[in-house]
Design a protein around this ligand. Structure first.
Ligand code: SF4
Length: 578
């Protein structure tokens, strides 16, 4: 992983690939690398869909090794949704495969002068780039089947669906899982639209005959990985809750806490929650011959995913995540699990961020385009997006655009990006993260739910403003570092609670690269990533005034706690003081 593959999609005579040394980017991986390249090489004021933007796809520092949980891939660009820097990451196989092919990153640059659509094939022998109009407007599922037919089973795909081709701001980049299904997505911020603007439909990766990456100190690496796995296997969240019920274990927990945004963030409790809970979903999955636990890439030992079959026992989609179940479920007043799973399937096929789409449909329902609770109408709205009708184009550009078009005041976004599945009035720590994250509203940027609600890594009262800025700051720093290592974020539960597990992770990085990093160095890495991203955002025109929640969170109390967001603006402005 000592080189960068640059593909100039706008080169004279057709796209041209070249390899460059890592140079000044040496030692960076995942989010640290995507954000460094975007910050240095992309003009902050460029149009996100223009030729000057770049799409950077980078495995993490430990991807392609035997390290458990090391298969996240980061996708970075200037975001068409937020106008700021973006890193969205995904599970699935591509990270491991790309790392084994020796690339620290693929950088898509320029823009084809025509409307040609390209497929890119990368294996041990090099890179082939070919136009293929036959792929135009294919859903991700049909596309991947076609690639399987052309290149065989031993591949991993990174692709866009019709939403990316239509350059919608809610478009995702899909990654295939172990079964070669396009079920894992770098969802947020419109990264799929940037890939579409580059004219790239799919990147097919084949690491046949390539070896596992080898560490500088194999024995120390193996030993640290063992301690690492042992730590993950003993924490109750990573060893029991997530494998048994997936992330959707949170539905009952967040609903009970009165923080479950219902009917477009108008209440914190949803009556139908038990019909769509992780417990109910797991039962449905197993009774239909699906799976309630499953890993999204080789080397995952938590296995928070699953397989959701339809009523006839036929594969419909992967186990929808908690945020997806909420977005298409309670947020729209829908408690029909099959309808939610269908929308998850459609989102994956069209290549759409499930959080942005669910939040958008909630806003559309508030505007009167459909009634809260009407699952058929919600499915029809998602299909409008896939067809690219004028209404679909509005919806496919996210909650903020939809709110503006239909004059809705309650639009749950920060920096143009929709809020996920936790109301910031009832979990004030996550409100601080939504407001201040360099990414726009993003729960993964600093998952305060862990400490506010699950009491992992300490205990900070979710309903009070005290301590929330410190909590979010520490989590945002740690997350930026985890995203750079290419680790699945769910390791954070064990890392926050068990110092020896955190040490095992540091020992793995040190044994692999022959370094002597300390916990303080890891924190410094996280800080420097955030600093780079924030500086880019300032140069792109975002400032402290954009680090705010929409007004109504401060004015309208949320039932059942009847509480408003109380963290003061001046406190929010101290988040980046360290
Ligand atoms: S824990 Fe879940 S998201 Fe993380 S790598 Fe495993 S299956 Fe993927």
């Amino acid at each position: 992983m000592d080189k960068i593959l640059r593909i100039d999609m706008g080169a004279e005579g057709g796209p041209r690939a070249s390899e460059t040394a890592l140079g000044e980017y040496a030692g960076l991986g995942g989010r640290a690398l995507t954000s460094a390249i975007i910050s240095k090489e992309v003009p902050p004021l460029c149009h996100p869909l223009g030729e000057d933007n770049k799409l950077v796809i980078a495995p993490g520092l430990l991807s392609g090794t035997i390290a458990a949980m090391s298969g996240r891939i980061s996708v970075g660009c200037k975001s068409p949704l937020t106008g700021g820097i973006k890193e969205a990451n995904s599970g699935g196989q591509p990270s491991q495969v790309l790392a084994r092919l020796g690339y620290a990153a693929i950088v898509l640059e320029g823009r084809p002068p025509d409307k040609a659509l390209y497929k890119i094939f990368i294996n041990k022998d090099g890179v082939e780039i070919n136009p293929d109009q036959g792929l135009s407007m294919l859903g991700n599922y049909d596309l991947v089947e076609k690639m399987r037919g052309q290149y065989g089973d031993k591949i991993a795909c990174i692709s866009i669906g019709p939403a990316g081709e239509m350059k919608m701001a809610a478009a995702s980049v899909a990654c295939t899982d172990m079964e070669l299904r396009p079920t894992r997505h770098a969802g947020r911020g419109g990264v799929g639209a940037v890939m579409g603007a580059k004219g790239v439909k799919v990147i097919v990766l084949d690491d046949s005959d390539m070896k596992m990456r080898s560490p500088k100190d194999p024995d120390a690496f193996k030993e640290a990985n063992k301690r690492w796995v042992d730590g993950l296997k003993k924490h109750p969240v990573t060893s029991e809750a997530l494998p048994s019920y997936g992330t959707n274990v949170l539905t009952n927990i967040i609903n009970e806490a009165g923080a479950y945004p219902t009917n477009n963030f108008s209440s914190g409790r949803f009556e139908g929650a038990s019909n769509i809970s992780g417990e109910t979903m797991a039962e449905t999955e197993t009774s239909r011959g699906g799976l309630a636990t499953h890993g999204c890439h080789r080397g995952c030992i938590i296995r928070c995913s699953g397989v959701y079959n339809d009523k006839d026992g036929k594969f419909l989609t992967k186990q929808p995540e908690y945020e997806t179940v909420w977005a298409h479920g309670g947020n729209c007043g829908i408690d029909n699990m099959d309808a939610i799973a269908m929308m998850d399937r459609l989102d994956d096929d069209y290549g759409l961020d499930t959080i942005e789409m669910g939040a958008t449909i909630g806003v559309a329902m508030e505007a009167g385009l459909a009634k809260f609770g009407d699952a058929d109408a919600a499915i029809d709205l998602v299909k409008e997006v896939g067809k690219g009708t004028p209404l679909g184009r509005v919806l496919g550009n996210g909650a903020e655009v939809t709110g503006r078009v239909f004059a809705v005041e309650r639009v749950p976004v920060v920096k143009g990006q929709a809020m996920p599945a936790y109301d910031p009035r009832a979990v004030q720590g996550i409100g601080v993260t939504y407001a201040t994250s360099t990414m726009g509203a993003d729960h993964t940027a600093g998952y305060a739910i862990a400490t506010n609600i699950l009491k992992v890594g300490g205990d900070v009262d979710p309903l009070k403003p005290e301590g929330q800025v410190d909590l979010s700051r520490n989590l945002q720093i740690a997350t930026a570092a985890v995203d750079s290592a290419g680790m699945c974020l769910f390791i954070a539960f064990a890392v926050l609670d068990q110092p020896e597990t955190f040490q095992a992770l540091i020992d793995m990085i040190n044994a692999f690269y022959g370094m002597n990093l300390t916990a303080a160095d890891i924190a410094e890495l996280g800080k420097s990533v955030l600093k780079t991203e924030r500086e880019f955002n300032f140069r792109a025109g975002l400032n402290e005034k954009h680090d705010r929640l929409p007004e109504y969170f401060k004015k309208i109390p949320l039932p059942p706690h009847n509480i408003k967001f109380q963290v003061k603006d001046e406190e929010l402005d101290t988040l980046f003081n360290w």
